[in-house]
Design a binder for this molecule. Structure first.
Ligand code: UDP
Length: 324
């Protein structure tokens, strides 16, 4: 069995990737400090090493002890607003974390890496849909930290497939999004509604068809599939650094997403001022992933919303039962 280290495997995206790898016959091993990840998201039978990715010695011994052939790197701080208020945390955790991982991979002679990057590397887009080669001028430390890591990996001899995620949402494999500090549209609206609180729409005066921001929402299970395809390429011997946008090539406005959720639960909406730093429209051109990896997002907004609502309803009822 091929052993894969999933660094950050107890988090939202990492736990979906781990479940998919397990289902496909790989042997995933998780490395996670559980700062934002959850031990309950680790599937039965999967080994977890609890530690900080900046602990190079621990990462090195984990790679060697488990005969790891490739790494999926997802450990990162990822709240944009926090990155603005505490930039050094982001550069330390994200950039120093990646450097430590690269040192460990070199020490353990592991040369294959799938890296989790972000559409935030582009900043304000110069055109939409956004192509991988378009201008990259991040407007917050989170995006800057991810772009720096891409540049660092490029200058090493690690073979890497990097993915720039657009708006990841949805749930699968009985795991889902469980952030203590939730800022993303779909979980915020669902969680607020389930807790009898209103949901907020930030900004209705954007230059878009209905005045609200447009984003490219990609189902987390589709995203996990892309990571496995990236791993396959590396395990078959692909060398160098390749980067791919992961999105659906379709934009949905905030109001359209709210309407999708309203088909399932009764959302009360409050209109608010714009949230600082939100570009009006972000849509991926994902032709490169389609042409080279034969990847295409299979699940649309209705399925994303349905799976997210189901996950949060189940979570809430489990929480209520626990309290009783
Ligand atoms: N948004 C909103 N209400 C919320 C959370 C987000 O209206 O409770 C908006 C946000 O202003 C942005 C869009 O939804 O226009 C997507 O935001 P999210 O944080 O999900 O992703 P981002 O594109 O910022 O990474």
């Amino acid at each position: 069995m091929t052993s894969i280290l999933v660094a950050g495997g107890a988090g939202y995206i990492g736990s979906h990737i781990t479940c998919l790898l397990l289902q496909m016959g790989y042997q995933p091993v998780i490395f996670d400090n559980l700062s934002t990840g959850h031990i309950e998201s680790v599937p039965e039978g999967v080994k977890i090493v609890v530690g900080d990715v900046r602990d190079t010695a621990l990462v090195t011994s984990t790679l060697l002890d488990n005969k790891i052939e490739a790494v999926v790197h997802l450990c990162a701080s990822s709240i944009v607003s926090e990155s603005v208020s505490d930039p050094l945390k982001y550069f330390d955790n994200n950039v120093c974390g990646a450097i430590s991982l690269l040192k460990a991979m070199s020490a353990a002679s592991v040369s294959k890496l799938v890296f989790s990057s972000t559409a935030a590397v582009y900043g304000e887009p110069t055109r939409v849909p956004i192509h991988e080669s378009d201008q990259k001028l991040p407007i917050n430390p989170y995006g800057a930290s991810k772009l720096m890591i891409e540049q660092i990996i490029r200058s090493t001899n690690i073979n890497c497939v990097a993915f720039r995620y657009f708006n990841v949402a949805g749930a699968g494999f009985n795991v889902g999004e469980m952030h203590d500090c939730e800022t993303h549209l779909i979980p915020c609206i669902i969680k607020n509604t389930l807790n009898q609180k209103p949901a907020f729409i930030f900004g209705t005066d954007y230059n878009t068809a209905d005045g609200t921001c447009v984003r490219d929402y990609v189902h987390v299970v589709d995203l996990a599939v892309a990571h496995e395809l990236g791993l396959q390429r590396l395990l078959k011997g692909q060398t160098g650094f390749e980067v791919y946008n992961l999105g659906t090539k379709n934009g949905m406005s905030v109001k359209e997403i709210v309407s999708e959720i309203q088909k399932l639960i009764n959302v009360e909406v409050v209109l608010k001022e714009r949230r600082p730093g939100d570009p009006a429209v972000l849509i991926a051109n994902a032709d490169k992933a389609e042409n080279e990896l034969h990847w295409k997002a299979e699940r649309g907004a209705a399925e994303i919303v349905k799976d997210a609502v189901k996950f949060h309803v189940d979570q809430e009822s489990a929480l209520r039962q626990k309290k009783q």
